[in-house]
Design a protein around this ligand. Structure first.
Ligand SMILES: [Zn+2]
Length: 263
């Protein structure tokens, strides 16, 4: 009996997988009908086989979920990019489709979209330095945008040339320089988004800095277009900057602390 058991146990795996011969199958079935020890062993082998299959299925489902999540995040990223491009086109090409209020409402919506691009994702803070320098670049671009505005307003109040051109040509020149800033912000955003989606670097709060810079430019161009009195302009620009900064800072900090909290 003991010898039989050993032979039967050798046969069990191929029996469970249904790859043994007819003859072996008959022998195994006959034996387990009589031997309780081998019967329980067979049950156990069937169980583990079954759970392995289940496990595989679960893993496959998990993979599918990850893939569909990545797909969604990539879609959101593309949608955001296209939206900003269209807004930029509208802004710098002079279609005047939207008011300041529209931008104030759209800014939080865009930051929410940015937040979604990294939701439920295992992201790391990215200490390589590239992402840090990119966000520093975005912040510098914001400073340049505000600097250009301050410089041109000061020069306009003094009379004489503004940004190196006669005052009546200063508006288009300023808008063009801001347009360059806008495009550079978009490039930085593209790289940050790519690094987040592909290399799993947590860049959401850095992206919020870029978006703040971009919307600052949108409202500036809008205000520049409706500018009537230069002496009143400073007050107006200051108010708009404050609103965009507060909204942008809120989104940036929220994203930052959410990602920090998970570390
Ligand atoms: Zn047996």
């Amino acid at each position: 009996m003991k010898l039989d058991c050993d032979i039967i146990r050798d046969l069990l795996p191929s029996y469970v997988d249904e790859v043994c011969s007819e003859r072996s199958r008959a022998v195994v079935e006959e034996h387990v009908g009589e031997c309780a020890a081998c019967r329980s062993l067979l049950e156990r082998q069937r169980m583990t086989d079954f759970s392995a299959e289940k496990l595989e299925e679960r893993e496959l489902n998990g993979l599918k979920k990850i893939r569909s999540r990545m797909k969604r995040q990539t879609m959101i990223s593309y949608a955001l990019g296209i939206l900003l491009l269209l807004l930029g086109w509208n802004s710098f090409h002079g279609f005047e489709l939207f008011s300041q209020l529209f931008y104030y409402l759209l800014l939080p919506a865009c930051m929410l979209a940015v937040y979604q691009t990294g939701k439920q994702e295992e992201l790391h803070m990215g200490r390589g330095g590239v992402d840090l320098w990119l966000s520093v670049g975005a912040a510098v671009l914001i400073c340049i945008s505000i600097g250009l505005l301050t410089l041109s307003l000061t020069q306009a109040l003094e009379g004489g040339a503004v940004l190196g051109v006669p005052p009546e040509q200063a508006g288009p020149r300023l808008a063009m320089l801001w347009g360059v800033c806008f495009l550079m912000q978009l490039v930085i955003m593209g790289v940050l988004l790519y690094r987040q989606l592909r290399l799993k670097v947590e860049n959401r709060f850095r992206l919020c800095i870029c978006i703040t810079g971009v919307f600052l430019l949108f409202v500036y161009v809008e205000a520049l277009r409706n500018l009537v009195d230069v002496t009143m302009a400073k007050q107006n620009f200051l108010q708009m900057s404050a609103v965009v900064f507060v909204l942008g800072a809120l989104g940036t900090l929220l994203c930052y602390f959410r990602s920090r909290g998970r570390e």
